[in-house]
Design a protein around this ligand. Structure first.
Ligand code: GLC
Length: 561
């Protein structure tokens, strides 16, 4: 029996939890997390209050890019389990009312995918035209290299058939040729396969790069939009109520077309990449300007669409959508050790980035859960897990989930040397101190505080669907805003600085209203004057429902107080 009911726009009220099957729980002692393990932890996730899981790639792959290099779109990677085990997981998630988003890697395959194996074996292979070939490495010169630390060119020489092939990521990930209608059809078949199994959404990887055209930067081309419109139309026809999320690491005005502009006929959701680093600048500088600037530059999106917002994820904290100056600032502030840097980003988790300062971690979660959009949490950040710069690439932020202080952090009973990666073991972030079992046991743990924040957020649609008005008090250390839907108003006040701040807010619109602190339901004094003065502790935050006079009277009568 499924606890999922069709619900238009469900993704607007969602709280998404990003998780790697590999990293969550190993049920068969082979050192790798698997679907039965993940299924066993669904109750934990349900209690945390999240509504939707986003799974990193789990289909067959040589894992040169942790599964984003797909060898078979239709087969579960053996260490993660079987297709049957995936289906059990999906139906158990649905039973608990949890939706599931999986990955759709369209731009490229692994070079071990049978299409590429054939394509690269002979120029007359029927799959030759599934990929992009050239006699010279000089085409599409205006295209940036994304994995700049490891790749020197977007072209790699294929000696057997004596041509170069095109790739936007690792050279082990040849780009598919979307100009070939057969490629488009193949990918639509993949989409329909996963939607037929019952997944609720697809996170579409690397969307801006599907097509190549000379004289452009090969990103965001009109042909991409034509294809996405086709994809969306087919989904709407056959699978209403499903969701497509775009990974387009671009400026907000360049992401807007991915929503389909006026008519919302492309993606339902897209990440807000430029907001994320600005939250980190704002909290480091104790100044709201980076946040208010980017919100101001964020255009309105179609009514059926939604931003996906996040603090950290499985990749480096990407610094592509910042100025050179901002990037230097972030690098010096958050990545003093060069090993913390990768490509144009920082490979660290939330807690270490915040210097393990509980006040800052909670404040970042307060921002994440109250800014417009659907929040995405990254597994392990709910307990403040650390990272490991000694592991290559982005593996340092993909270590085993820390469940308890038992062997391997409770992730696996295999020999420690058999684990896919060592769990974090150091005096500050090691599993002996940072783990779920411990944090469940005291009410002020990071886990329990976040759980409470999620519960409050989920008690109303105002955070996921309401309008936002930024307030502009003189004190720039404070970021305050109103979230409003119908006659419901919530005011959020965040102190970005390390000192107690006092802030004078113009609340003339709400004269006579009572602010009610949402975590404790404590009423504050009635707003009697046009301006109201709040004092906020270092990195403190308030979420206050503004209740009109009539509301308090009604409530008093009902409760008899
Ligand atoms: C996306 C993924 C990243 C991956 C890349 C290539 O950016 O988030 O992890 O390496 O696509 O598939």
């Amino acid at each position: 029996m499924s606890g999922i009911k069709p619900e238009p726009g469900w993704y607007k009220d969602a709280i998404i939890y990003e998780v790697h099957v590999k990293s969550f729980l190993d049920s068969n002692r082979d050192g790798w997390g698997d679907f039965p393990g993940l299924t066993a932890k669904l109750d934990y996730l349900q209690k945390l209050g999240i509504t939707t899981l986003w799974l990193l790639p789990f289909t067959d792959s040589p894992l040169k890019d942790d599964g984003y290099d797909i060898r078979d779109y239709y087969k579960v990677y053996p260490s993660y389990g079987t297709m049957e085990e995936f289906q059990v997981f999906l139906s158990e998630a649905h039973k608990r009312g949890l939706r599931v988003i999986t990955e759709l890697v369209m731009n490229h395959t692994s070079n071990t995918h049978p299409w590429f194996v054939s394509a690269s074996s002979s120029r007359s292979s029927p799959f030759r035209d599934y990929y992009v070939w050239s006699d010279t490495p000089d085409r599409y010169k205006g295209t940036r290299i994304i994995f700049s630390d490891t790749e020197k060119s977007n072209w790699t020489w294929e000696p057997k058939t004596r041509q170069y092939y095109w790739h936007r990521f690792f050279h082990s990930q040849p780009d598919l040729n979307f100009d070939n209608p057969k490629v488009q059809d193949e990918l639509l078949t993949v989409v329909k396969f996963w939607f037929s199994l019952g997944v609720d959404g697809l996170r579409c990887d690397a969307v801006p790069y599907l097509f190549e055209r000379e004289g452009t930067n090969c990103e965001n081309l009109p042909e991409t939009h034509t294809f996405i419109k086709r994809l969306r139309a087919e989904i709407d026809r056959e699978f209403p109520d499903r969701m497509l999320l775009a990974e387009a690491n671009q400026w907000p005005q360049d992401v807007l077309p991915y929503f389909g502009e006026g008519d919302g006929d492309e993606f339902h959701m897209a990440y807000h990449f430029p907001l994320m680093p600005r939250l980190f600048i704002a909290i480091a500088q104790g100044d709201r300007k980076p946040i208010t600037d980017i919100l101001q530059q964020t255009p309105a999106i179609p009514a059926n669409c939604q931003w996906a917002i996040f603090l950290r994820n499985h990749d480096e904290l990407t610094l592509e959508m910042v100025t050179d100056q901002e990037r230097d600032y972030l690098w010096t502030t958050y990545a003093e050790d060069p090993r913390m840097r990768l490509n144009l980003g920082i490979r660290r988790r939330l807690a270490p980035l915040m210097g393990n300062d509980r006040r800052k971690i909670d404040l970042m979660h307060s921002l994440l859960l109250t800014l417009p959009g659907t929040p995405i949490l990254y597994y392990g950040d709910e307990i403040g897990m650390g990272d490991n710069v000694h592991l290559g690439d982005r593996n340092g932020v993909r270590t085993p989930m820390q469940w308890s202080f038992d062997r391997n952090g409770g992730f696996s009973t295999a020999d420690p040397s058999d684990l896919y990666a060592p769990p974090i073991q150091n005096p500050v972030y090691g599993y002996q101190v940072v783990n779920v079992e411990t944090q469940i046991r005291y009410p002020t743990s990071p886990l329990n505080v976040l759980r409470q924040m999620i519960e409050v957020r989920q008690s109303s649609h105002v955070f996921g669907r309401g309008a936002m008005t930024v307030l502009h008090p003189k004190n720039r250390h404070v970021f305050a805003c109103l979230r409003e839907m119908g006659d419901e108003v919530v005011m959020v006040i965040n102190n970005l600085s390390d000192r107690t701040e006092s802030v004078l807010l113009d609340l003339s619109r709400f004269r006579g209203y009572t602010p009610v602190e949402l975590f404790s339901q404590t009423p504050f004094p009635v707003l009697e004057r046009a301006h109201f003065h709040f004092t906020v502790s270092p990195y403190g935050y308030f979420w206050l429902a503004l209740r009109p006079p009539a509301f308090s009277v009604r409530r008093r009568k009902r409760t008899g107080r």
